[in-house]
Design a protein around this ligand. Structure first.
Ligand code: C2E
Ligand code: MG
Ligand code: MG
Ligand code: MG
Length: 283
């Protein structure tokens, strides 16, 4: 949708658009304030290595508890942050907080973990993000090689040149590049070889249907085979049942994440959850 004058004109002619636009503006203003006064927090969801059953990583998921609006899901406010110019400060806060969270979690756990952070392509423009990553990692006392950057494929396709340079630079300091929600959008397989990608996260919609729809199972099989042929690691998101887990293990999927193991939990709770998951494995 074109920005600028065109939209302003439409606004006067379409009453529902006034409302929608006002709603977004209000949300954007509330979010800006939320960032300042500290209404945002992070939840961490464990990622499990299917071969060993051990927790090997965590994904940071942003949470917004507004005293006025109640809990606002990220699917609602991330797009608003992207449009309203807030995604860069928000993404910086997420990065710094998540790195500090990882440091505390692994100290308590006595074992290093990887940390996945979701990133919007807009954050990857210019060189600021690289410096932010370097600074956040140093401040938290963790290694860049522990960090994974998750990007959704739709957004990857949208925005090419700058993003490739940034991904290359991140990779050169040891950061892992992950394509999130793989298979969901209108994906072109060609970009898998054009972009520097280390890891594919299969979208939860395929995982949900694995045991019900042969076509989804076939797609999951194909993604795993293709990713491995390209030298990439595969993780499945949204794993909820034992049957799904068994299927994925049989097919050679490397890692899993989902409510079967744990939802996102606060940093203080994560070590306990990780220990319980590993104990389940060894019993
Ligand atoms: P995502 O990165 O694909 O994250 C996975 C989402 O699935 C999370 O929702 C998680 O809570 C949910 N989930 C995990 N396991 C299961 C399961 O077994 N079943 C089901 N049904 N759902 C599961 P959440 O936290 O609401 O996040 C939604 C999306 O918002 C994320 O999708 C990500 O794209 C975006 N997001 C979250 N945090 C950030 C952030 O810090 N920055 C950016 N740019 N985007 C973020
Ligand atoms: Mg993600
Ligand atoms: Mg995902
Ligand atoms: Mg998703």
């Amino acid at each position: 949708q074109a920005k600028g004058a065109g939209r302003n004109v439409l606004r006067w002619f379409e009453p529902w658009m006034v409302e929608e636009n006002d709603g977004r503006l209000a949300l954007s203003a509330a979010l800006r304030q939320a960032l300042e006064v500290g209404e945002l927090s992070l939840a961490y969801q464990p990622q499990i290595d299917l071969a060993t059953g051990e927790v090997v990583g965590i994904e940071a998921l942003v949470r917004w508890m507004s005293p006025v609006l109640g809990p606002v899901p990220p699917d609602q406010f991330i797009p608003v942050a992207e449009d309203g110019g807030l995604i860069v400060p928000l993404g910086g806060w997420v990065l710094r907080t998540a790195c500090q969270g990882l440091a505390r979690i692994q100290e308590e756990l006595g074992q290093p973990l990887r940390l996945a952070v979701n990133v919007s392509p807009r954050q990857l423009r210019g060189s600021a993000w690289l410096e932010e990553v370097a600074a956040a990692v140093v401040a938290a006392g963790i290694e860049p090689s522990q960090l994974e950057v998750e990007i959704t494929e739709g957004l990857l396709l949208e925005d090419r040149g700058d993003v490739v340079d940034m991904l290359d630079a991140l990779r050169s300091i040891g950061v892992t590049i992950v394509v999130d929600d793989f298979g969901r959008g209108y994906s072109s397989l060609a970009y898998l070889t054009r972009f520097p990608i280390d890891k594919i996260k299969i979208d939860r919609s395929f995982i949900q249907e694995i045991t019900r729809a042969d076509t989804d199972a076939a797609i999951v099989d194909a993604i795993i085979v293709m990713a491995h042929a390209l030298g990439m690691t595969v993780v499945a998101e949204g794993v909820e049942t034992e049957v799904q887990e068994r299927y994925l293990r049989e097919r050679g999927c490397d890692e899993v994440q989902g409510y079967r193991y744990s939802p996102g939990v606060p940093a203080d709770t994560l070590p306990m959850v990780a220990r319980a998951l590993s104990r389940q494995q060894s019993s």
